[in-house]
Design a protein around this ligand. Structure first.
Ligand SMILES: N=c1c2ncn([C@@H]3O[C@H](COP(=O)(O)OP(=O)(O)OP(=O)(O)O)[C@@H](O)[C@H]3O)c2ncn1[C@@H]1O[C@H](COP(=O)(O)O)[C@@H](O)[C@H]1O
Length: 108
């Protein structure tokens, strides 16, 4: 299961739980609080991920990164942005180095 579990699978779970009972689903209860709350939670998880990375605790980094990715998918759901759009943007960026892209932005 864990070997084949993808962010697309988690996106499907988030979508399904969006219509669950708020009393039985953290996802639904968070979505009910709106985009601002979802964004705030993502920010908190980002900070916790940074702290875990700097601390050198690999287990904590995996756990915090999991929280971060879950909350990112909830925020995308709250704004109606499909993960496929993110995949498409990432795919569009392949073939160009990040440094080349940055230089094009600065001199373009
Ligand atoms: N991956 C996750 C996941 N990661 C983190 N979390 C929850 O995110 C919350 C974040 O922790 P915090 O301590 O910041 O939360 P908190 O203090 O309770 O929250 P606030 O009071 O600040 O809002 C915890 O309640 C975690 O359980 C998740 N909740 C759900 N999922 C996935 O979503 C599925 C459906 O969950 P439900 O929607 O709850 O059924 C689960 O089976 C998982 O696959």
């Amino acid at each position: 299961m864990s070997d084949s579990f993808t962010l697309a699978d988690l996106e499907a779970i988030v979508a399904a739980r969006a219509s669950a009972d708020a009393g039985a689903s953290y996802t639904r209860s968070l979505l009910d609080k709106g985009v601002e709350k979802c964004a705030q939670k993502l920010g908190e998880e980002a900070v916790e991920t940074v702290i875990a990375a700097v601390s050198g605790d690999e287990k904590a980094l995996v756990a915090e990164t999991s929280d971060l990715l879950y909350h990112l998918l909830v925020l995308l759901k709250a704004r109606g942005v499909p993960l496929a759009d993110v995949h498409a943007e990432l795919a569009r960026r392949t073939g160009q180095s990040g440094l080349a892209e940055k230089a094009a932005r600065q001199h373009g």
